[in-house]
Design a protein around this ligand. Structure first.
Ligand code: ZN
Length: 145
């Protein structure tokens, strides 16, 4: 994962790992696929069971996703002026996008490339965790030991 000239991951040969507690509610697992420290970018795939959600966060840089399975409510979903992605669906989230509720009401899976960190915040806007490529690499490497 440190070779910036190229990378390849046989995704079905990598085991799902529980996404760090405190950054989500419910059962969310992930596989970190690549980090690009030179660009501050990182790519992961997430397996989100029905009833799970991500904790409140702000995207410090833009991100692109491909929902491969299920349904994802972003920024409140269609009902609240956000987007409800239905697989197969592509989405772009702008720099500084704030996601108060990213929810899954059915088993879902999405692939996403993030440019820059996610700033997980509490209800008062205070940072709980700044999660960038260094932090995801550390969390992932710890889970592989
Ligand atoms: Zn988000």
């Amino acid at each position: 994962m440190s070779d910036i000239t190229g990378d390849y991951v046989q995704m079905d040969a990598v085991d799902w790992v529980q996404f760090p507690e405190g950054l989500c509610q419910g059962d969310i697992k992930w596989k970190l696929l690549h980090v690009s420290p030179e660009a501050g970018a990182w790519t992961a795939i997430f397996d989100c069971k029905a009833g799970s959600s991500f904790a409140k966060h702000i995207h410090m840089g833009p991100g692109e996703y491909f929902l491969t399975k299920g349904k994802m409510h972003v920024r409140g979903g269609d009902a609240e002026g956000g987007a409800t992605a239905t697989a197969p669906g592509y989405g772009y989230e702008a720099c500084n996008a704030q996601h108060d509720h990213t929810e899954f009401d059915e088993d879902s899976e999405f692939y996403m490339t993030f440019l820059g960190p996610l700033n997980f915040i509490d209800d008062d806007g205070n940072t709980i965790a700044l999660v960038g490529c260094e932090q995801v690499a550390a969390a992932w490497n710890a889970s592989q030991e």
